[in-house]
Unconditional design. Structure first.
Length: 410
């Protein structure tokens, strides 16, 4: 006899599946892929005028797009800052030996794409402002592609990619603060600095409640926005003041109960499944009307696409080859050179941060769209190439002889 239908069991399975999906580190990337694809469909459909005009509608002092890019993304950068501090303090980047390989790979992966972009656009004084666009790696997208390969990829590669992306984000934050701040207002900057000093003082005074940090964080965002320094930097600065260590003498309290860990855990789902997808939907929409091969070969689009596809490969993989070759670092355990090559390609997926820097570098919608084309094609090519190389190298079961390269090797 067939078993009677039990609604509570069915709903229980659905809830369990949903919970596993929300807790997965790669689910955010899969959602972002879906939302970015939806934005492209909408931008090239009959409802495209509604989509673009809605983003320009004003809600109070800012347009919808500015609320997304300046306010919501400040929360994203708060999450980035929390991850950077946690990894630097007690995570995969807590010692210089752990930072060496991903740090060199991140540096190479930022310098090489920028050089390629500059080589193709040095003659254009306006386009050259976008030099940092192909330097960013989208960790959510990259890990999502890596997750498609399942257990065939060693966990050490995922750790390496995550560590590299964290350092890459740190570099992007510094670039945004130094090179993409406009019209500095000294009084507002001083006010923001004073609030930051208060936050640091709260940290020193062992204030463990999160609410005071959040309240002063809102003020920090407000004055940072008015100062001309991009408002999202306030999120990173706030994160660096949130305590990661518990008050000495707290009985049997786990490190995961620190204010930083609690805030990071609280922000994980909203950032991954709400804020970043909203940003992706608001900024990934680009019309392909009139797009031809010649438009993709324009220096601006080509500089971004080739910077992501070739620059990241050269910078990340080249840095690994040099450090392992001279014997100061080793490849991630159980990883092969073929798998390392695939991961280097995945670093060319620069969606979220690249789009964000695009909006900071250019005010002209035409230039923004050319850059978006380069980001989309460069990221797609990098993702496909990385996936295929990882699939082939993992299928062959390659192992890596983790020894320094010598001048006598063939």
């Amino acid at each position: 006899m067939p078993k009677p239908f039990a609604p509570e069991l069915s709903f229980g399975r659905i809830n369990a599946t949903l919970r596993r999906f929300l807790d997965s580190e790669t689910s955010g990337g899969l959602v972002l892929m879906a939302v970015a694809s939806l934005a492209l469909v909408v931008a090239n459909s009959p409802v495209a005028p509604i989509y673009f005009s809605a983003l320009q509608n004003y809600l109070g002092p800012l347009s919808v797009q500015h609320w997304v890019n300046d306010a919501l993304m400040a929360v994203f950068f708060l999450m980035v800052g929390l991850e950077i501090k946690r990894e630097m303090t007690d995570g995969h980047l807590s010692s210089w030996s752990r930072r060496l390989l991903p740090g060199a790979a991140a540096a190479g992966g930022m310098i090489a794409p920028a050089l390629i972009f500059v080589a193709l656009n040095y003659h254009d004084h306006e386009a050259i402002h976008g030099w940092a666009i192909p330097s960013a790696t989208d960790i959510a997208f990259a890990l999502a592609v890596l997750s498609l390969l399942g257990p065939r990829v060693p966990a050490s590669l995922k750790v390496f990619l995550a560590a590299l992306a964290i350092l890459d984000d740190l570099g992007a934050v510094i670039i945004i603060a130094v090179f993409y701040s406009k019209g500095i207002s000294v009084p507002d900057l001083l006010a923001a600095t004073a609030i930051l000093v208060v936050l640091i003082g709260m940290n020193r005074a062992k204030v463990m409640q999160l609410s005071p940090y959040m309240a002063f964080g809102v003020l920090l965002w407000f004055f940072t926005y008015r100062s001309g320094v991009h408002a999202t930097i306030a999120g990173v600065l706030l994160a660096l003041t949130v305590p990661i260590k518990l008050t000495p003498g707290t009985p049997e309290a786990a490190p995961e109960e620190s204010p930083l860990h609690r805030l990071e855990q609280a922000l994980h789902r909203p950032v991954a499944f709400l804020i970043v997808p909203i940003f992706g939907f608001a900024n990934a929409g680009v019309s392909f009307a009139g797009v031809t091969l010649s438009s993709m070969l324009e220096p601006l689009s080509l500089g971004v696409a080739s910077g992501l596809f070739l620059g990241k490969l050269i910078g990340v993989f080249g840095a690994a080859v040099i450090l392992v070759g001279i014997g100061v670092a080793k490849l991630p355990p159980a990883a092969s050179w073929g798998q390392m090559l695939g991961v280097a390609f995945l670093c060319g997926i620069g969606f979220t941060m690249s789009l964000f820097i695009d909006l900071l570098a250019f005010d002209d919608p035409v230039l923004q769209d050319r850059v978006k084309l380069g980001i989309l094609f460069g990221s797609a090519a990098s993702g496909i190439a990385g996936y295929l190389i990882l699939r082939v190298s993992s299928r062959r079961g390659q192992t890596c002889n983790i020894r320094p390269l010598s001048t006598t090797s063939a």
